[in-house]
Each structure stands twice: as C-alpha cells, then as structure tokens.
Design a binder for this molecule. Structure first.
Ligand SMILES: NC(=O)c1ccc[n+]([C@@H]2O[C@H](COP(=O)([O-])OP(=O)(O)OC[C@H]3O[C@@H](n4cnc5c(N)ncnc54)[C@H](O)[C@@H]3O)[C@@H](O)[C@H]2O)c1
Length: 377
C-alpha cells in the first residue's frame, strides 16, 4: 500500500503522524511511504532521517493526498485537506467528529474511509490511541493550571504546593481516566491537595490504590461538584463518554460559587468541552476569562511538546497502521473488532453509533457501509 503523511496545518500543531522507525516497519513489509517535505521538522525529524529508512519525500500535501491510498495524520483534517480526500481512500487520524457535524458531512461527501484514533478500542475496552496523548495532556493540564494561577498571568496568585506553614492549593480533577490520573499525579507531585471525581466506582478504586492515599477520590455528582467548587483553586475537566459530546459538569451559574481568578482547564474541549463556558483556544492565545474565572481550553495540548508526543503517538498507532497497510481497512477491521470501532465514516455513511447520535445523522453498520464501498469499486 502507498501510505502518505502530510505536514500538519492546524495552528500550533508540530506533531507528525510517523517517525523514521514507523517508515522502516512499513518499508520492511513492502509498503511505500510518502512524506511531505518538512513534515517532521516541528518534531525535530529531518527529511533525510525518513529517507534513510526508505521513505520518498514529496513536495507538498497535494502530492501526498493524490498518491497515497492511506493518509496518516495527527489532527482532524482541515477544510483544504477534506477537499483533497477521495472515494475509497483511507484516512487514519484523530477526528473528534461528535462536536463537528460540518466536518462529518465533509468526510461523508468525500467517500473516504475515515478511521478515528480516539474511538479505536483494545480488548479491554480501553482507548489505546487516545491514551498516550491523554497522558501528556493530563500532565500539561496541571502544569498550565499552575502557571495561570500566577498573579501576573491573571490568576489568584497561589502556589500549588504551598510552603511549610502555608496551605497548599486545592486541585479538583473531574474525570479520573487517563487525562485525570496524569493530571492528579502531577498535582500530587507538586504537593497540591488533590481531589479526583469520577462516576465509575471501579475507576475510583483503581485510583485509590494507584495514589496510595495521597489524593482524595470523590463519587461525582452535581452536589459533590457544587460542594467542592468554592474550595478549588484549579479545576481540571477530563471527562469522556467515548464518541459522544462531553457532558457539561460545570455550568455557567456555578462559576459564581468559585474563588475569583481560579483557573478552569478544560481538557475535554476536543469533545465539545465539559464546562458550559468553554470554547476552544490555541497555544498562542490559550486563555480567556468568564465571570472572573480563567479558562484554559487548548484543543491540541500535546502539540506543545512534539518531541514527546510524536513518539508517544506513533508508538501506539504503528501496529494499527501496519495492519491496515497489510490487509486494508475492511479485512483489518473484520479481524480486530476494536479497530472496527475506529471507523467513524465509510462510503458516505456514519458508521459509529455515538458519532451518528451526536451529529444527528443516521448510523449505518460498518459491514453495510464497507459492502456498498466494495460494490462501487
Ligand atoms: N485537549 C487536548 O489536547 C486533549 C488531549 C488528550 C485527550 N483529550 C480529551 O480529554 C478527555 C478525557 O480523555 P481520557 O483519555 O482521560 O478519557 P478516559 O475514558 O480515560 O477517562 C474519562 C473518565 O471520565 C469519566 N466520566 C465520564 N462521565 C463523567 C462525569 N459525568 N463525571 C465524572 N467523570 C465522568 C469516566 O468514568 C472516565 O473514567 C477526552 O475528551 C479526550 O478527547 C484532550
């Protein structure tokens, strides 16, 4: 198969979808890899490093999209990229379609088979292609929150860990999955008083063991959240219902319960945000204020640390890229039901039930969509 990797064009996105190690794995199996010139620069990977492992460097994104049978990316395709997709082509990337009916429609119209990293599941129902980015975003969330709590940056002016004789700040993490656990790890490491909220008691049990009692776990409910908000200096939103829009766990009227210049970090912003007052921001302009509360809502947080995140992402995507390149999406998905769950759009249809529900579209089972695709071909 011809596998193509364009340069990411979303604002402040420096990751790339493949490393030289990934090129080598595909090349060893007889696949051809096309890389847009300069695609790895943001992650400190020169074209020559790709070429040395067998990749062919092409001058622009148009050449990648025109020649590749599978396009591998990091972020959801931007409008000029959607225009270049074609029928039967495979797109393998983060898509985050639930909050974006327009992109969903664009992908349907393209006729491409679009596999979303974030809805691929492993045999335990976990999200192996979201997890590494979630680990990074969780760690950044606490770091960013601590930074924006500084007074000159508009924050309350409190140090997360306090000092002997002065109390630490309170960090409230809502959603104790991969993001939440890592956010809490850093908050505990910075010696903040840390509280993790989740609706899954099993998850709270796991966290209690993992943290060895160094953080409080709280069963999440509207009342429990309202009782904690007045005490919190930093609130990190990290909830997820896979494929669906994020549930709103803090509403606008609840902001008045909070301390002035406290900080909200909405990591779930890529699924529409879990605070009612959130809207996506960029690394260049990461925060805004609503009712005296600083909001940090960067939609591609791991993009800020590409040297870590490109390798963390590609370590996880590589086996799936190899499976799709070796066998094609239909056969690879038939063999691996977890990969099948990654197919969000195929042959003009929405094939993931939660995405269909979120964007108000019709859900077509994957087998039907792929059968139509085969008939057309
Ligand atoms: N902004 C970014 O750059 C970035 C990067 C990575 C991940 N994310 C996003 O962060 C979010 C969390 O990802 P994750 O990998 O940690 O997911 P996860 O599935 O590992 O964890 C989500 C947790 O939320 C809990 N939850 C669900 N509904 C809840 C509710 N109403 N109240 C409290 N807890 C609830 C679940 O039980 C689960 O433990 C996702 O939306 C993901 O897309 C954003």
């Amino acid at each position: 198969m011809k596998v193509g990797v364009p340069t990411e064009i979303k604002a402040d996105e420096y990751r790339v979808a493949i490393t030289p190690a990934g090129v080598r794995e595909l090349a060893e199996r007889g696949h051809e890899v096309l890389i847009q010139a300069g695609a790895g620069e943001g992650s400190a990977i020169p074209d020559a490093a790709y070429e040395a492992q067998g990749a062919r460097i092409v001058p622009d994104a148009a050449a990648v999209f025109e020649q590749a049978e599978m396009v591998m990316k990091v972020k959801e395709p931007q409008p000029p990229e959607v225009e270049m997709l074609r029928e039967g082509q495979t797109l393998f990337t983060y898509l985050h379609l639930a909050p974006d009916p327009e992109l969903t429609r664009g992908l349907q119209d393209s006729g491409a088979i679009c596999v979303a990293y974030e809805t691929v599941e492993d045999e335990h129902g976990r999200l192996p292609l979201l997890a590494p980015m979630s680990e990074i975003a969780g760690k950044i969330a606490t770091q960013a929150g601590a930074f924006f709590l500084e007074k000159p940056l508009g924050g309350r002016g409190i140090l997360l860990g306090g000092v002997p004789g002065v109390p630490a700040a309170n960090v409230m993490v809502i959603g104790g999955g991969a993001v939440g656990m890592n956010a809490a790890f850093i908050a505990i490491g910075m010696e903040a008083d840390t509280f993790v909220f989740d609706v899954s008691i099993d998850r709270l049990r796991e966290l209690d063991v993992a943290f060895g009692g160094r953080c409080s776990t709280v069963f999440s409910s509207v009342l429990a959240i309202e009782e904690m908000l007045p005490r919190a200096d930093l609130v990190i939103g990290a909830v997820l219902v896979p494929g669906a829009r994020a549930p709103k766990v803090v509403r606008r009227e609840q902001l008045k319960l909070m301390k002035r210049n406290a900080v909200l970090v909405d990591v779930a912003i890529d699924q529409g945000g879990c605070f009612e007052t959130s809207r996506p921001t960029t690394h260049r302009d990461p925060t805004f204020e609503v009712d005296g509360i600083t909001h940090y809502c960067v939609a591609n947080m791991p993009g800020a640390v590409p040297i870590t995140s490109t390798y963390a992402l590609t370590n996880a995507t590589q086996p799936y890229a190899v499976a799709i390149a070796d066998r094609g999406v239909a056969a690879a998905a038939a063999e691996d039901p977890g990969l099948a769950l990654g197919v969000n759009v195929a042959g003009g249809a929405i094939t993931h039930p939660a995405v269909a529900e979120a964007v108000g579209g019709e859900h077509v089972p994957l087998e039907h969509a792929l059968a139509l695709e085969t008939q057309k071909a």
